[in-house]
Design a protein around this ligand. Structure first.
Ligand code: ADP
Ligand code: MG
Length: 250
């Protein structure tokens, strides 16, 4: 696997602004994500967490500022969207969904991994979906679908993994199992960013935190970012927003 995980992988954001219909969803965002780090992305609903993750994956146009990917191609980044935002009505099996993760590696390493089916079963078992391979994804619950996407991220072996609220429809036992997987990714040197709400879990698991409420309120060591003062500030920023305000011309 190391063969496929070369590169330094630091990512720097300088003064990023991303807008929808000229209304900034994230504004003047600067910060650094170091290689192999585990970062929580927290903040109120509508604070720009999903927008920031999609921007890191290159899915949204940057209106202002720049992102430097040091030794990381966009194809090295796995993005796991919020499961409830996905439309999974088409007739694809869990196995097919999860194995999509293997195409990239097959291309990079020049051959399809010999024990793909063993790897598939291992990934499904790791997320508590052992034996679900042939199930159609449109028969899964949101939580099961979320776990299938996790299994896909296991197989993808990307340098960087962006998870958008992966625990929102998942019970606490499964959440513990998924954290074990996240920590394994970190041991393998992968960079992980997770948008999430449970601050107790953030403090327990994530050394670094970004607190965002359209603008960055704190970016760094979790204990220094998640202060009562910063959290209160995030709340007031959301209350002060006016989505009907004139478009930003700055
Ligand atoms: P979060 O993930 O923190 O809840 P989002 O990044 O989804 O926040 O949203 C940030 C802001 O951008 C919100 O005000 C939201 O309404 C707006 N927004 C998000 N997606 C779109 C979109 N596709 N079109 C217009 N506005 C959007
Ligand atoms: Mg979101």
């Amino acid at each position: 696997m190391a063969r496929c995980l070369l590169g330094d992988g630091m990512i720097t954001l300088q003064n990023i602004t991303v807008s929808y219909q000229r209304h900034p969803a994230i504004h003047h965002v600067s910060g650094e994500i170091s290689a192999g780090s585990l970062t929580a992305l927290v903040g109120p609903n509508g604070g720009g967490k999903s927008t920031l993750l999609k921007t890191l994956k290159g899915l949204l146009k940057i209106e202002e500022g720049r992102i430097d990917y040091h030794g990381v191609a966009l194809s090295d980044i796995s993005f796991m969207p919020q499961a409830h935002q996905l439309e999974f009505q088409f007739p694809v099996s869990v196995e097919e969904l999860v194995l999509l993760g293997n195409w990239r590696r097959a291309r990079l390493c020049g051959h399809m991994h010999k024990d793909a089916s063993h790897q598939l079963e291992h990934a499904l078992e790791a997320v508590g979906l052992g034996g679900f391979g042939s199930r159609r994804i449109n028969t899964l619950s949101v939580g099961q679908l979320q776990r299938a996407l996790f299994a896909r991220a296991i197989i993808e072996e990307s340098k960087m993994i962006l998870l958008d609220e992966p625990f929102s429809a998942i019970d606490s036992n499964t959440t513990d199992a998924l954290w074990k997987i996240i920590h394994q990714w970190q041991k393998q040197g992968r960079t992980v960013v997770i948008a999430m709400h449970d601050l107790a879990r953030v403090k327990e698991h994530c050394p670094n935190t970004v607190l965002i409420a359209r603008e960055v309120i704190g970016w760094g060591e979790t204990s220094k970012v998640l202060t009562a003062k910063n959290l209160a500030h995030a709340k007031t920023m959301v209350e002060a927003w006016d989505d009907h305000a004139p478009a930003c011309v700055a």
